[in-house]
Design a binder for this molecule. Structure first.
Ligand code: NAD
Length: 276
């Protein structure tokens, strides 16, 4: 195939150049991370899954991804609050697939409580998983990406990287923090064929959000129905939850050559929340 026909082929199918590359997606046994893993697998990438869950569930998911998308997967149970585990995750990806081409820092947790009573151990845990883990993964993959002159780092931040809500101090701080890390990563890699971006979803109905409905009801003295209608969806002018497929689609786009000039950006996908 000559260069022109390769170009034409890539233009027809922008994900073609992603086939066979390796993506590590942290926190991909559930919710948004799983949606991103599926979308990247659909684009032909080999995937390293990570996150908690039962052995049978994870194995079933792994096999289903391999069968459906004809790709290869690996799984690491690394706890993203533990720097040694994080290095082992990257090592496993490199040992299995040779390189990490795409890193998606997605693992995250939430706790909803007023600052005065917010447990300090929970503050530390949220900062460790939602923010510090991304420093460790990024640090571990950058040298290889620079050598190969290609890489994509996608940090799953949140609309809470751009605006705050009460009772979510650690989460909002971690998400504003990861936006700062994203911008710094973008500047340090701009001349190396690497992009670093933050995706900022609004509310997506995943286990993380389902768990915070009763916590928010308690903190704000509302019923759970009121929390969904008057707190969560009220924030989003579309009055719709964002879907995991939509976040997956945006992630794949950021990995294509069409997105090579998008770096250091915070990309809202939040039904108009932060436009208000
Ligand atoms: P989720 O609870 O459905 O999934 C979280 C994933 O992270 C799971 O796979 C879980 O096993 C994993 N995880 C948690 N702690 C971990 C740890 N210590 N080590 C390794 N893996 C760990 O949550 P979600 O809603 O899919 O959230 C994923 C990301 O998206 C988070 O960073 C979250 O802040 C962000 N986000 C979510 C929403 C939303 O509305 N759901 C909105 C904006 C941003």
């Amino acid at each position: 195939m000559n260069d022109l026909s390769t170009l034409a082929d890539t233009a027809r199918c922008p994900v073609r150049s992603l086939h066979g590359k390796c993506a590590v997606v942290t926190g991909s046994t559930s919710g948004i991370g799983l949606g991103i893993a599926r979308a990247l697998a659909g684009a032909g990438l080999n995937i390293v899954l990570n996150g908690f869950g039962t052995g049978e569930e994870i194995e079933a998911e792994r096999q289903e991804l391999e069968r459906t998308f004809e790709i290869k997967t690996a799984y690491s149970a690394a706890d993203m609050s533990q720097p040694a585990d994080i290095l082992a995750l990257i090592q496993k990806a490199e040992n299995t697939f040779g390189n990490v081409d795409i890193l998606v820092n997605n693992a995250g947790i939430q706790h909803v409580e007023a600052i005065e009573t917010f447990p300090t151990a929970m503050w530390d845990k949220i900062i460790a998983i939602n923010l510090t883990a991304a420093f460790h993964t990024t640090r571990a993959v950058l040298q290889g990406m620079k050598q190969r002159k290609w890489g994509r780092i996608i940090n799953v931040a949140s609309a809470h990287a751009l605006v705050a809500s009460p009772f979510k101090s650690a989460y909002v701080a971690s998400k504003h923090g990861i936006l700062g890390l994203t911008k710094t990563t973008a500047l340090e890699t701009a001349e190396h064929g690497i992009t670093a971006n933050a995706i900022c979803p609004g509310y997506v109905l995943t286990p993380l959000v389902e768990r915070q409905i009763p916590e928010t009801a308690h903190a704000r003295m509302l019923t759970e129905e009121q929390v969904v209608r008057d707190v969560l969806l009220k924030a989003q002018p579309t009055r719709q939850f964002v879907t995991t497929d939509q976040v997956g689609g945006l992630t794949v786009f950021l990995c294509t050559d069409s997105a090579a000039s998008i770096t250091g950006a915070a990309l809202p996908i939040e039904g108009g929340w932060t436009a208000q």
